[in-house]
Write a new protein. Structure first.
Length: 242
């Protein structure tokens, strides 16, 4: 479907957005991520007109809310499993031991999940598979699942959340006429799949891939629209609000 189809139904639409790589450029240190200029204003305009505007992210919701203090904006943090219990200390120690084998790898504990970023190791394309092997063992031993991202592996609860589940939950809240989802990474394919199923039931959907250096080809091919980076996405959101 086209952006015009969704704009015509904006009052009954859900606008669902990833954060890193989608509204904020990918950066060397995850804690340094910031949304591109114009993001809060664009979101505020949509909040006033759309049925639902939400960020669906692997970040803790508090981090996103601090950077995007937009009244009425919803945030599904940690892919929807934010209410799960925190990981045990022994689990974190096992993850840290694996990460320590790759100098430059950074461990980000998020409570119910833990991420290992390898963007800053000497050769990320070689470190990634080695870390995956070690973290797969940790995940199996502690009843977790291993999620893939842009030069990051994340251990998360095995039976809770996920981008697809979070998006499905948001769409199920009430009667909607249309939905847009924008993302830049492999996990966003789950969200696209949920929108595809909703389209089979008559919902007007628009799937947007946000291009970056590491945006997977599969996401680009599955998208209805492809935009060049977070700045172009914000411009699209502003256009949607006109």
């Amino acid at each position: 479907m086209s952006l015009e189809d969704l704009r015509a139904r904006l009052a009954g639409s859900a606008v669902l957005l990833d954060f890193d790589g989608t509204l904020a450029p990918i950066v060397a240190r995850p804690e340094d991520a910031r949304p591109v200029a114009g993001t809060p204003v664009a979101l505020q305009g949509l909040v006033a007109r759309a049925a639902l505007v939400a960020i669906v992210t692997g970040r803790p919701s508090a981090f996103v809310r601090r950077l995007l203090p937009v009244p009425g904006l919803e945030v599904a943090g940690l892919y929807g499993f934010e209410s799960a219990p925190p990981l045990a200390r022994e689990t974190l120690e096992a993850v840290e031991a694996v990460a320590a084998t790759e100098p430059g790898a950074q461990v980000e504990a998020k409570g119910p999940s833990v991420a290992v970023h390898f963007r800053n190791v000497e050769v990320p394309v070689e470190a990634g598979p080695r870390l995956h092997a070690g973290l797969t063992v940790v995940a199996a031993a502690h009843g977790l699942r291993l999620l893939a991202g842009k030069r990051v592996w994340e251990l998360a609860p095995a039976h809770e959340g996920g981008k697809g589940e979070a998006v499905a939950g948001l769409l199920a809240r009430g009667a909607l006429d249309a939905a847009l989802y924008a993302g830049d990474d492999v996990a966003d394919l789950e969200a696209f799949a949920v929108l595809d199923r909703a389209a089979d039931s008559g919902l007007v959907v628009v799937k947007v891939a946000v291009l970056g250096a590491e945006t997977p080809l599969a996401l680009q091919e599955a998208a209805d629209l492809v935009v060049e980076g977070p700045g172009a996405l914000v411009a699209l959101l502003e256009e949607l609000d006109r």
